[in-house]
Ligand binder design. Sequence first.
Ligand SMILES: NC(=O)c1ccc[n+]([C@@H]2O[C@H](COP(=O)([O-])OP(=O)(O)OC[C@H]3O[C@@H](n4cnc5c(N)ncnc54)[C@H](OP(=O)(O)O)[C@@H]3O)[C@@H](O)[C@H]2O)c1
Length: 295
Amino acid sequence: MLSPRSGGQDRRGAVPRKTGPHGVAPVQVAFLGTGNLAQRVVEACLRDSILRPDSFVVTARRPQRIRELADLGWRVEDNLTAVAEASTIVVGVQPAEIAPLLAEVRPRLGPEKLLVTLTGGATPSALAPYLPPGTRLVCASMHGYTRARGLIALCASQAAGAEDLARVRLLVGPIANEFMDVTEAQLDAVAVFYGCLGAQFFLFVEGVLQGARFAGVAPALARDLALAAVASCVDEMRLTEEHPAVLRDSSCTPGGLAVAGIQVLERRGARSAVADAMAEIMARVRALQAKPADP
Ligand SMILES: NC(=O)c1ccc[n+]([C@@H]2O[C@H](COP(=O)([O-])OP(=O)(O)OC[C@H]3O[C@@H](n4cnc5c(N)ncnc54)[C@H](OP(=O)(O)O)[C@@H]3O)[C@@H](O)[C@H]2O)c1
């Protein structure tokens, strides 16, 4: 079972604000590979006063991206300088870019640094060959939607402790509304639900809206009603903890409207099609994760 943890209370106050000899906070966090996601994290932390302009440094690769970051008033450094100055290193590169990046900064990593990855698919054992032994590592997995706050799954290496997890919750808290601590074995399920379930959900809602249009319902009304209905179904599942089959049954009057719709879906094999899709995705994720690391 995955174990949900609320991130609400311990998001703040977990990282003490240290000040340097002149009352200036030294750089504490280095963001290596500051693209869309890392920028979003930094902006949210600045908004929530979790970071101060002088308490982080960012890196990028292309001159244009470096200029864009500097134009935000952020200090941009090369990777090695950034790592040397920070106690927490947040990696925001794409999956194909993480191995060369870690190989570059490995000489400056050590047990005194906390390494956090935002990169999709990163796992402690896949990254271990690139890291000094005993690296405190937390892999954070989140969904790919740019505006919605969501659940963030955290998977810690053996060397990482409760304080490290608290620090990560603090840093990514502004873009999360819930945290879940997961084991490495549970990360494949996280990848399936985060990477793929959203697309299936959108396909379902797309069908709902298309059907509503065929039936002459105004698109804006159909969209509002669909979102409200989905939200109340999610609430119902959370509140009752009932199996969806029980909830479906309880919302179907024999011979009624809901039954008519369910009959069509069952005739077309909708439920087993979704189950097959999940099984296919899970098999592919496991095959990808089984590939040996190539340091
Ligand atoms: N975007 C999201 O909302 C989101 C949500 C969930 C998960 N994720 C995951 O987060 C990861 C990053 O996604 P993203 O959308 O933020 O990607 P992105 O915009 O491409 O950002 C990656 C950044 O890394 C930089 N970079 C690559 N190699 C580097 C190196 N050696 N040194 C310094 N900088 C380097 C790139 O710099 P240049 O631009 O200069 O090349 C780029 O700015 C992916 O694994 C994705 O699956 C993203």
